[in-house]
Design a protein around this ligand. Structure first.
Ligand code: ADP
Length: 267
C-alpha cells in the first residue's frame, strides 16, 4: 500500500510540476508580449511628437524672417500641443509604474463625490470644450471613502476619452446613484461605442481598439490606470455600450462605507 501511495504521489508531483512549467512558460510569454508592446508603444508615442517638435522648432530657427507671422503661430502651437502630448504620455507611464510597483497607496478619507466631479470638470473644461457636459448627482448621495486625487484622475481619464472618441457637439453625461450599500457612477457618451469583444481588453495596458488611429493620439494606458486606481480604492470599473443609443458607458462601483451610512441615519 505504501508503495502504491508513493507512486501516486510521484505521479501527482509530476503533474503539478508540468502545470507549473506551463504556467511559467505562459507568464514568460505574457511578460515578453507586454515588454515588446511597451517598447513599440514608447518608441512610437515618444518619436511622433518629438519629430513634430523638432521639425517646427528647426523651421523657426532656420527661417526666422521668411515664415509669415500666421505660420509662425501655427508652428509654435505645434510645439506646444506636441509637448503637452509628450507630457501626458510620460505622466501616464509614471502613474502606471507607480501602481504596478505598489508605490501608489490610496490616501483615503470620507469625500463627497460631487466635490470630486466638480474638480475633475474644471480640469477637463479645456479639453472637452466642444462637448456638452450634463451631470445628474442626487444631493443625498452618501459619502465615499476614497483618495480624491486618484479618483479625480480616474474621472479625468474617462471624460477625456469621451471627449476624444465622441463627436464634437455631443453630450457627455455623468450620473450616480446609491443602492444597497453601493454607489454607482457612470460616464456616458454619444460616440461609436466599443465592440463587445473588446469591452474587457480595453482595460489592458497599451490595448487600443483601432491601432491605426493616430489622429486621436492615445497611449492605451488611460483605462488600465483607471482600473488600477479604482481597484486600489476597493471598487470596480466596467465598460459597456448604451442600450438607448450609440455610445459607451463606463460604470464605477464603490462600496458605501458603514460610517457614511451611519451619518445618513443620524441626519
Ligand atoms: P487611449 O485612449 O490612450 O488609446 P485608453 O486606455 O484610455 O487608451 O483606452 C483604450 C481604448 O479603448 C481606446 O484606444 C479606444 O479604442 C477605447 N475607448 C476608450 N474610451 C472610449 C470611448 N469613450 N468610446 C469609444 N472607445 C473608447
Amino acid at each position: 500500500l505504501l508503495d502504491a501511495l508513493a507512486d501516486q504521489a510521484a505521479v501527482a508531483i509530476e503533474r503539478i510540476q508540468l502545470v507549473a512549467d506551463v504556467d511559467r512558460a505562459r507568464l514568460a510569454a505574457e511578460a515578453d508580449r507586454l515588454r515588446s508592446a511597451l517598447l513599440s508603444s514608447i518608441s512610437h508615442d515618444l518619436k511622433t511628437p518629438l519629430a513634430a517638435i523638432m521639425g517646427a522648432a528647426g523651421a523657426l530657427r532656420d527661417y526666422p524672417d521668411e515664415i509669415p507671422p500666421a505660420d509662425r503661430i501655427d508652428l509654435l502651437a505645434t510645439v506646444n500641443d506636441e509637448s503637452e502630448r509628450l507630457y501626458r504620455f510620460i505622466a501616464n507611464l509614471l502613474d502606471m509604474t507607480r501602481i504596478e510597483s505598489g508605490a501608489t497607496q490610496p490616501n483615503a478619507s470620507l469625500q463627497y463625490l460631487g466635490d470630486i466631479v466638480g474638480t475633475a470638470l474644471r480640469r477637463v473644461a479645456k479639453i472637452a470644450g466642444q462637448h456638452r457636459i450634463e451631470t445628474d448627482l442626487p444631493a443625498d448621495l452618501p459619502m465615499l471613502r476614497l483618495d480624491p486625487v486618484l479618483f479625480e484622475q480616474v474621472l479625468f481619464n474617462l471624460i477625456d476619452n469621451a471627449a476624444k472618441y465622441a463627436p464634437a457637439g455631443s453630450t457627455i453625461r455623468i450620473q450616480a446613484w446609491a443602492d444597497d450599500g453601493r454607489l454607482e457612477l457612470q460616464v456616458l457618451d454619444e460616440g461609436p461605442g466599443i465592440p463587445p469583444a473588446d469591452l474587457e481588453r480595453i482595460f489592458d495596458s497599451f490595448y487600443r481598439v483601432d491601432k491605426t488611429d493616430h489622429v486621436r493620439a492615445g497611449t492605451g494606458l488611460g483605462l488600465s490606470i483607471c482600473r488600477g486606481f479604482v481597484e486600489a480604492m476597493g471598487g470596480t470599473i466596467a465598460a459597456g455600450n448604451r442600450a438607448d443609443r450609440s455610445g459607451s458607458v463606463f460604470t464605477i462601483t464603490m462600496p458605501v462605507p458603514p460610517e457614511a451610512l451611519n451619518l445618513e441615519e443620524m441626519s
